[in-house]
Write a protein that binds this ligand. Structure first.
Ligand code: NOJ
Length: 611
């Protein structure tokens, strides 16, 4: 009887970690086309990712999220899916995927997939059957008749069902000859929008989730979630209502910015679908003993975003926090950065999990947005703040945007400008160039003798992983040192305090009674400064450097007191403090073991009394 109780306690502890893993996960976004090419065709693939998994594990990554790996003609780099249940040929096979999953599991890392629910590819069987009105696909997509109109000469013509504009420019409606109707595409023409007012579609997409969950993936990043629904024509006399003009300066009718998207974005029905998917994911808590993460992508107002977390009665997702991408930049002050951090923590409903995104495949790289000088600072902030941290591949070594000529441009958002001069303003290709593994040809990404799918950025010989591993001080070593601290009790569950000591000094503490505290210090200024943190009363005085950024003179393992901390220009430092509430750092570990033994003995005696 006593042994089972002990086993039960151990099992419960293990299960708890499988259930809680996501709350502090370090998630690494892999853009499969650009991560590692294993077969020399110039495009990254699954076997390339598998080959590099040990690197990610060694770096401290808990889970990888892969951008879409499914069959697709690549009109939007894989976000136009023709078959949700098969692997894109150029990435490999389902066996390659299974192997990736197994290797990842063996290394203690989880795999998160990209789920693209708003649209499929127009070369999918679903779409083709919908064009011929073949059941059950007839209403899988948003179809509508054109409207009669007359031009200035009085000639009759047919115009699209509404004035809606695609994110990638031009009308969001495309006429289809076979069906004799227009279909909606909020992105490229090859991405027809699914119709979420159809129960069959709702069920179909839940089954897509189940297909991958059955295989053992640990969750999903959900694409373009706030585009799921459009205004219901039944509420507008059977028509799709025009959107009002935004008045945005310089915007022309073909630009997405031209309209206020009140009928195509952030419709409230969306939240219920997310909560329904949460229920599907939760079916696996019992069968697989693991909580499945769901991170939803929406660029929207904060108050609309936080509703994705759920309600009093329904659980939802983690809405991506894009404030580091959009609300701060290389000129932001410590005051502004603190405000951005505090804002998310303030609006997030209590008891939920925060998250910090420093980059993704849609945004200019962190080093370009925040400045090379702030690479360590931004990486550290994401990794020491509470909740999930998301790192886009290459940000750990401070990769910068590459140059992609008009001729090499692949991104439909850039191609649709039809402007060989200004296309770069819309292009996402520069932040999707191949990963810099080393200083060899093609940055070690591919051994092709031909061209890689996008050109490698020109600075790969100076900014690359091998070089950063070989030097003592590098963005990579700093990132890894900070990541290693994420498992400490303070960074797992410590209380957060953020302080801007001045325009250029930002201090973040994570403190937990009875544990060593963690303190992150950032100097944004171009001059060295010495800071006095005696005003942080609860922070123990003795500090030890556990991670030192590339611009810092203070080295790892240096010890000092909180009353005088010298911080070099553009330096980010992470310190471990003594035990919060008294004692010293080492003592805590010695103390905790006898305490544990005492507890076990006490439990044993109590159990014995009742047996
Ligand atoms: C968001 C994705 O991140 C982006 O890359 C894609 O183009 C659009 N959704 C459409 O799927």
């Amino acid at each position: 009887m006593r042994l089972p109780i002990l086993l039960l306690a151990v099992a419960t502890a293990a299960a708890a970690s499988d259930l809680d893993w996501w709350k502090t996960a370090l998630v690494y976004q892999i853009y499969p086309r650009s991560f590692k090419d294993s077969n020399g065709d110039g495009t990254g693939d699954l076997n390339g990712i598998t080959e590099k998994l040990p690197y990610l594990q060694e770096t401290g990554i808990d889970a990888i999220w892969m951008s879409p790996i499914y069959r697709s003609p690549n009109y939007d780099s894989g976000y136009d899916i023709t078959d949700y249940r098969s692997i894109q040929e150029e990435y490999g096979t389902m066996e390659d995927f299974d192997r990736l999953l197994n290797v990842s599991r063996g290394l203690g890392m989880r795999v998160v997939l990209d789920f693209v629910p708003n649209h499929t590819g127009n070369e999918s069987e679903w779409f083709s059957k919908s064009t011929t009105r073949t059941s059950p696909y007839t209403d899988y997509y948003v179809w509508a008749d054109g409207l009669n109109a007359t031009d200035e000469n009085g000639t009759l013509y047919e115009k699209p069902p509404s004035n809606w504009v695609s994110t990638f420019r031009g009308s969001a409606w495309q006429y289809h000859q076979v069906r004799g109707q227009y279909y909606l595409h909020q992105f490229v023409i090859g991405q027809p929008d699914l119709n979420y007012r159809s129960d069959v579609v709702q069920e179909e997409m839940k089954n897509v989730l189940r297909f991958w969950l059955d295989k053992g993936v640990s969750g999903f990043r959900v694409d373009a979630i706030n585009r799921l629904y459009e205004a219901d024509p039944r509420n507008f006399s059977g028509l799709y209502p025009d959107e009002p003009l935004s008045g945005a300066e310089g915007a022309v009718p073909d630009d997405y910015e031209y309209l206020q998207h009140i009928y195509t974005e952030n419709l409230f029905e969306t939240y219920d679908v997310v909560y329904d998917w949460r229920d599907v994911l939760d079916e696996y808590i019992t069968s697989q003993g693991e909580y499945k993460i769901m991170m939803t992508e929406a660029y929207a107002d904060l108050q609309l975003m936080i509703r994705y977390y759920g309600t009093k009665t329904r659980n939802g997702s983690i809405p991506f926090n894009f404030s580091f991408l959009g609300d701060i930049n290389k000129d932001s002050t410590a005051w502004e950065i603190k405000t951005v951090i505090d804002k998310w923590m303030t609006y997030m409903p209590s008891g939920n999990v925060a998250n910090w995104v420093n980059g993704n495949h849609d945004q200019s790289r962190m080093a370009n947005r925040q400045g090379v000088d702030r690479v360590d600072a931004m990486n550290m902030l994401a990794l020491i703040l509470p909740g999930v941290a998301i790192t886009y591949q290459g940000e750990e070594i401070g990769m910068t945007d590459g140059y992609v000529s008009w001729n090499d441009t692949q991104d439909p958002q850039a191609c649709n400008t039809n402007d060989p001069v200004n296309y770069y303003k819309k292009s996402r290709d520069p932040n999707r160039t191949p990963y810099h593994w080393d200083g060899s040809a093609n940055a070690g990404f591919s051994n092709t003798t031909g061209a890689t799918w996008l050109p490698v950025a020109s600075n790969y010989q100076t900014v690359n992983l091998a070089a950063q591993m070989a030097t003592q001080k590098s963005h990579y070593h700093f990132y890894k040192d900070v990541a290693a601290q994420r498992k400490t009790p303070a960074l797992q569950e410590g209380d957060l305090d953020t302080r801007a000591l001045s325009e250029s000094l930002l201090v973040v503490t994570r403190l937990l009674p009875g544990e060593a505290g963690m303190l992150g210090v950032v100097n944004l200024a171009a001059e060295a400064q010495t800071i006095d943190l005696t005003s942080l009363k609860i922070l123990p005085s003795d500090l030890e450097v556990v991670a030192s950024g590339v611009n810092c003179a203070l080295e790892k393992n240096a010890t000092l007191t909180k009353s005088s901390i010298p911080v070099s220009a553009h330096c980010a430092l992470l310190f471990r403090s003594g035990i919060v509430g008294g004692g010293n750092a080492a003592g805590a570990h010695y103390l905790s073991l006898p305490l544990l033994v005492l507890l076990v003995v006490a439990t044993y005696s109590i159990t014995a009394c009742f047996s």
